[in-house]
Design a protein around this ligand. Structure first.
Ligand SMILES: C[S@@+](CC[C@H](N)C(=O)[O-])C[C@H]1O[C@@H](n2cnc3c(N)ncnc32)[C@H](O)[C@@H]1O
Length: 289
């Protein structure tokens, strides 16, 4: 139960609450960073490491199947150098290394990279992990394969998507392959705008102390969704996390690639090579530069 002794009294006004629950302007940010916040990143790491769920990383069997497929379409002998963007705690990077790729992993979550580095030492896997933002990191090397797995591309604002494509264009060798996945509209069918809340009576995903979380989803034009979480904790502090997500069709992903020059683009339903189906909730692109 809530420890009432630790709860300070402050009044939360209707206006304060309503202003945070109202539909925000496109791309307005919250104040909680879901990948970097000290407490949330702990839950995130746990979610990555859960072997059977598809939380922050997909389940183990899927990742195995995914790497088995990638090695078929980009064999190590012809495509030895691999850059794993948004590598998290290194679950894919490790698998790639074990298959023989020379792997560089980039992620801006200190907690994830620290875990990935520790694991690579324990397991004797030589992997170059960089704790950096892939939008701004300075990488001189070029790679045969670049992966960006688990729909991270769509979590970037359009401007950032274009900047990342520009970076990838510099980092990918001619003839190299970019492999990434995105969500499609079928992920969100029949959802519309929604609002639900729950009371967390002890430490939980969002806070180390009890809290109430008001979760909302908003639809925006341009195939964009906002997932918003307003969290009021036991000290009556309000925090707001906003996760903007884009979803794509074949046409809109081609459009977004714009100036990115490529020889060939193949579509799949997922990043384990499932043949493309119009109703799939995800879509994976293999792009040969
Ligand atoms: C959904 S997780 C996927 C992790 C990994 N690809 C997997 O499938 O197991 C997204 C990862 O991207 C990282 N990330 C998001 N934006 C980033 C950025 N701008 N620069 C570097 N890493 C980023 C997050 O920290 C997180 O670890």
């Amino acid at each position: 139960m809530l420890d009432k002794k630790n709860i300070t009294k402050e009044s939360i006004t209707f206006e304060a609450l309503a202003s945070k629950l109202n539909r925000p302007k496109l791309y307005e940010e919250g104040d909680l960073h879901i990948w970097k916040d000290a407490h949330i990143s702990m839950g995130m790491l746990e979610a990555h490491l859960s072997k059977s769920t598809d939380a922050a990383s997909r389940n183990d069997d899927f990742m195995d199947a995914s790497v088995d497929w990638i090695i078929q379409i980009a064999p190590v002998t012809a495509f030895p150098k691999l850059l794993d963007l948004g590598c998290g705690p290194g679950l894919y990077s490790e698998r790639f290394r074990k298959k023989g790729y020379e792997v560089t992993g980039v992620d801006f979550s200190e907690r994830s990279i620290q875990y990935a580095r520790e694991q690579s030492v324990i397991k004797g896997l030589e992997i170059d992990y960089l704790c950096a933002d892939y939008l701004y990191v300075n990488i001189e090397a070029q790679f045969d394969v670049i992966t960006l797995i688990y729909c991270d591309f769509g979590a970037l604002k359009v401007e950032a998507q274009l900047k990342l494509l520009d970076n990838i264009d510099r980092w990918l060798k001619p003839g190299g392959k970019l492999i990434f996945d995105v969500l499609t509209k079928h992920q969100f069918e029949d959802q519309g705008d929604t609002a639900v809340w729950h009371l967390q009576e002890k430490s939980g995903y969002w806070k180390p102390n009890p809290y109430i979380c008001m979760a909302q989803q908003f639809d925006y034009e341009g195939d964009i969704k906002l997932f918003q979480y307003l969290v009021m904790d036991a000290h009556e502090k309000m925090s707001l996390a906003r996760v903007w997500t884009h979803y794509f069709s074949k046409g809109s992903i081609r459009e977004r690639l714009g100036a990115f020059a490529y020889n060939q683009m193949d579509f799949y339903s997922d990043v384990a090579g499932k043949p493309f189906e119009e109703t799939s909730k995800t879509m994976c692109m293999v792009i040969e530069k």
